[in-house]
Design a protein around this ligand. Structure first.
Ligand code: WAQ
Ligand code: MG
Length: 255
C-alpha cells in the first residue's frame, strides 16, 4: 500500500482564511515511511526561512497503485548568469525557442514579479496570448501526488552531479510531472524562499522535454517567487488540471 502525503503551512490563519503561504510539500510513501517523513515535513514547516506558521495541514490518503504512472525525469542543465536581469532574459529566450510566444513569456515573468504575496499553486497562461486560463486567483493550481520512484537513489545521483539542493530535487519531480501533463508546453519558476535565487524554465522541443536551471532569477533575501505553466490549448483545461491535481506520478531516477 502506498500513501500520498501533502503538507501546507501558512501564517496568519489557514490559506482559506487568507493566511500567508509559508511552505508546502508532497511525497508518495509506503506505510513504514509515513511517520518519519511526516515528522520531517512538520519540522520543515516549523523552521522555514519565510517565518513561523500558525497553520499546518498534513493530508494523507491511500493511493491506488494500479493508477500510478511512471515517467522519466527531465534531463537538465545549468546556466550561470551574472544578474537576475540576465537570468530572466535567458528564461524568455529558452521559452521562445520552444514555441512559447514572446508575449506569453514576458507576461509570465511579469506575472511572477508582480506577485506581492506568495501563491500556494501555479498560474496557468495561454502559451500564445499570455492570457490567464485558470480562475483560482491567489490560490493557483497546486500539483500534487508525485515523488521520485526511488527518492534516495535520485537524490544520490543529483547530489553526485553537484545538485544536492532539496529545492532542485523537488523541482525536478514537479517539472517532470508538469511537462508530462496533457496541454502543457512549458513552465517558468523561481523559488519564494529568500535565500534561494535560482530558478528554471522547462519546455518541449520536438517532443522532448528539458529542464534549464538558471543560477539567478531574483535578488537575495526576496520572498518573491512563483510558478507559471504555459498551455497550448490542445486539450480542454479541465483535463490538464485533473492531471496536475489527481494523477499519481512517480518520476524515474535521472539518467
Ligand atoms: N504546485 C503548483 N505550484 C507550486 C507548487 C505545487 N506543488 N509548489 C510550489 N508552487 C509555487 C508556489 O506559488 C510557490 O510560491 C512557488 O511555486 C515557489 O515554490 O533547479 O523551491 O517551493 O535549483 O519555493 C527552483 C529550483 C526551486 C531551481 C523552486 O519553489 C533549481 C522552489 P518553492
Ligand atoms: Mg518555497
Amino acid at each position: 500500500m502506498k500513501y500520498s502525503i501533502r503538507m501546507r503551512a501558512a501564517e496568519g490563519g489557514s490559506h482559506e482564511e487568507g493566511g500567508r503561504h509559508i511552505s508546502g510539500a508532497e511525497r508518495i510513501l509506503t506505510e513504514e515511511e509515513i511517520k518519519e517523513v511526516t515528522n520531517e515535513l512538520i519540522e520543515r514547516a516549523l523552521t522555514h526561512s519565510k517565518g513561523r506558521p500558525d497553520f499546518i495541514r498534513i493530508t494523507i490518503d491511500t493511493i491506488d497503485e494500479e493508477a500510478i504512472q511512471y515517467i522519466p525525469a527531465l534531463p537538465s542543465d545549468t546556466v550561470h548568469v551574472d544578474s537576475m536581469e540576465e537570468g530572466r532574459k535567458e528564461a524568455v529566450a529558452f521559452l521562445t525557442e520552444r514555441g512559447i510566444s514572446q508575449e506569453a513569456a514576458q507576461i509570465g515573468i511579469r506575472t511572477l514579479l508582480d506577485l506581492d504575496e506568495n501563491m500556494r499553486g501555479a498560474v496557468l497562461l495561454d502559451a500564445r496570448s499570455g492570457q490567464r486560463l485558470d480562475t483560482k486567483g491567489m490560490r493557483g493550481i497546486r500539483v500534487t501526488k508525485m515523488d521520485f520512484a526511488n527518492p534516495q537513489e535520485a537524490s544520490n545521483v543529483l547530489t553526485n552531479r553537484g545538485l544536492p539542493y532539496i529545492h532542485h530535487q523537488e523541482a525536478v519531480v514537479l517539472a517532470s510531472k508538469v511537462l508530462a501533463a496533457p496541454g502543457i508546453v512549458g513552465e517558468l519558476c523561481w523559488s519564494d524562499d529568500p535565500e534561494y535565487v535560482a530558478g528554471y524554465v522547462s519546455a518541449l522541443k520536438d517532443g522532448q522535454g528539458h529542464y534549464h536551471r538558471i543560477s539567478q532569477m531574483k535578488p537575495l533575501h526576496s520572498q518573491n517567487g512563483g510558478r507559471v505553466f504555459f498551455l497550448d490549448g490542445s486539450v480542454p483545461l479541465a483535463e490538464t488540471i485533473a492531471y496536475l491535481e489527481k494523477q499519481v506520478v512517480l518520476v524515474e531516477t535521472p539518467k
